[in-house]
Every structure is written in structure tokens, then in C-alpha cells.
Write a protein that binds this ligand. Structure first.
Ligand SMILES: Nc1ncnc2c1ncn2[C@@H]1O[C@H](COP(=O)(O)OP(=O)(O)OP(=O)(O)O)[C@@H](O)[C@H]1O
Length: 249
């Protein structure tokens, strides 16, 4: 079953075309990574797919019933505690108070937030804890499709790995679907079934590489060797690396 389908999507900001003729789809149980040089339009495309931006051209068909979006920055309500922020992910869902409490607690545990932190406000949390709160808010309502826009950039390496494993376990083991934007090819190889490369000017998906084996079953050796091979042999991945301005800085 196709959960997301984009057909010839194009967008324009202030008279400047940022995306043209972009088409791809995501089926149930699949996570697709979207990579491409900085500024090529990945975030815009994900927001179009999620319905946050209306595209100037093309069509978006959504086969999922509910989605959640994890942004690069946590976007928490500063006046609400961790629990209250996570509870936002249950807005509009018909759960009794005790069920809501249990779901919020489970989501906080999932992202390794200690119980002693649940009553804290975002200003009292580290950057990593804020991002984990945002992840818990996305997971708590058990959406069937998740959008991730470089969600783990602020996390240290160990926590980043743990969150990547969590995405594989919660999203993919439950037959959901997702679109995962990242600049890190190792991260894409760890989490995703396919890696779609967006043209540097957002003019279409240049290639879509299917990663062998199931996410979660891939060894570290396989991930590092595949990343090395893609970057050295595949001109598109070399372009992604070269044009990532954070690497050039
Ligand atoms: N609201 C906006 N108004 C005008 N231009 C915008 C707006 N949002 C993004 N842009 C421009 O559109 C282009 C694509 O931006 P977008 O954030 O989608 O790219 P990206 O590939 O996600 O970049 P990065 O990898 O650096 O996060 C960029 O040139 C950006 O400056």
C-alpha cells in the first residue's frame, strides 16, 4: 500500500523556483531517506508532503491516516512541561485520562527521558533532552507515518545511535512509513530502506538507491563499507558530501 505519493511537485519562493518535477513514493513499512546538497529543497519537499506547505505545481496523495513531524529544532512550548509537551501528540485523540498518562509515560521511557525530568520546562533541559521530548511527542499518538527533518543533529553520537535504533524499532517494526531527511549517509543506511537523492537545484530525484538487508539487521561493517563505496563510487553521493555547507564550514 502506498502511504505517500508525490507527482511532479514544484514550488516557488518569492519568484524563485526551488523544486521542479519531483516525484517519488513511500509504501507501507518503508522508510525513505531524502538526501541532497544543502539548500536543494529537502525541507520544503517534506513540508509539502506533510501538507504544511501547498505546492505551486504537482500532486500529493497521502494513504496514511495520521502523521507526525520531527523537525531539526525541537519546537516545544516553552511554558509547558515535558509531559505537557508530549501530551500535545495526543491532541484530538479519544483516550481516557489514565490512558493518556500511561501513553505519555511510555513515550518518555521510549526516548530515555528520566521520570525526574518529566515535570521540567524546556529551558531546564539540555538540547538532547529537548529533542527527545519532541520525538516522544511525535511517537505518543502512534501515527502511521512520520516525517523527520534532520532530527538528531543536536544529539551526541551515543544518543544519536540510540534514537536511530528507536526509529527502526517503533516506526518500521510496526508497519508504519516515513520520510527521513539527513545529511549523514551512515544514518540513512542505518534507518532507511531506500535513499533518494534530490538534485542540487531541486530538479527531480536523481537516483534512488535500495539498501540491501533490513534496517536494524545491517552490521556496522556493512554500513561503513556501503557509505564509503557510495561516496567514492557514486557521483551523486559525492555531490551531497561536497555541497553540504556544514562540512565546508
Ligand atoms: N520561507 C522561505 N522563503 C523564501 N525562501 C525560502 C524559504 N524557505 C526556504 N527557502 C529557500 O529555498 C531553498 C530550499 O530551502 P530548504 O530549506 O527546503 O533546503 P534544504 O535542502 O532543506 O536545506 P538544508 O539541507 O540546508 O536544511 C533555499 O535556497 C532556501 O533559502
Amino acid at each position: 500500500m502506498t502511504l505517500l505519493q508525490l507527482k511532479a511537485v514544484g514550488h516557488v519562493y518569492l519568484g524563485r523556483a526551488v523544486l521542479e518535477q519531483v516525484s517519488f513514493d513511500v509504501v507501507q513499512g518503508e522508510m525513505v531517506a531524502l538526501v541532497g546538497p544543502s539548500g536543494c529543497g529537502k525541507s520544503t519537499l517534506a513540508q509539502i508532503a506533510a501538507g504544511l506547505i501547498i505546492p505551486r505545481h504537482g500532486e500529493v496523495a497521502r494513504g496514511y491516516s495520521r502523521c507526525a513531524f520531527v523537525f531539526q529544532e525541537p519546537r516545544l512550548l516553552p511554558w509547558a512541561t515535558v509531559e505537557a509537551n508530549v501530551a500535545l501528540g495526543l491532541s484530538g485523540l479519544p483516550f481516557a485520562r489514565s490512558e493518556r498518562r500511561a501513553k505519555i509515560a511510555a513515550a518518555c521511557h521510549q526516548v530515555a527521558l528520566e521520570e525526574s525530568d518529566w515535570h521540567k520546562f524546556p529551558s531546564q533541559l539540555s538540547g538532547g533532552m529537548r529533542q527527545r521530548t519532541a520525538l516522544a511527542r511525535a511517537l505518543v499518538g502512534e501515527p502511521d507515518f512520520l516525517y523527520f527533518d534532520e532530527p538528531f543533529t543536536a544529539l551526541d553520537a551515543a544518543l544519536r545511535r540510540r534514537m536511530q535504533d528507536l526509529v527502526v524499532a517503533t516506526v518500521l517494526d510496526n508497519g508504519k512509513g516515513g520520510l527521513f531527511i539527513t545529511h549523514d549517509i551512515h544514518e540513512a543506511l542505518r534507518i532507511c530502506h531506500r535513499i533518494a537523492v534530490l538534485d542540487r537545484h531541486g530538479q527531480g530525484i536523481l537516483d534512488c538507491v535500495t539498501v540491501p538487508e533490513r534496517p536494524g539487521n545491517r552490521s556496522e561493517e556493512m554500513i561503513f563499507e556501503t557509505a564509503r563505496r557510495l561516496i567514492s563510487d557514486h557521483p551523486l553521493f559525492a555531490v551531497v558530501e561536497e555541497h553540504d555547507e556544514r562540512r565546508l564550514a
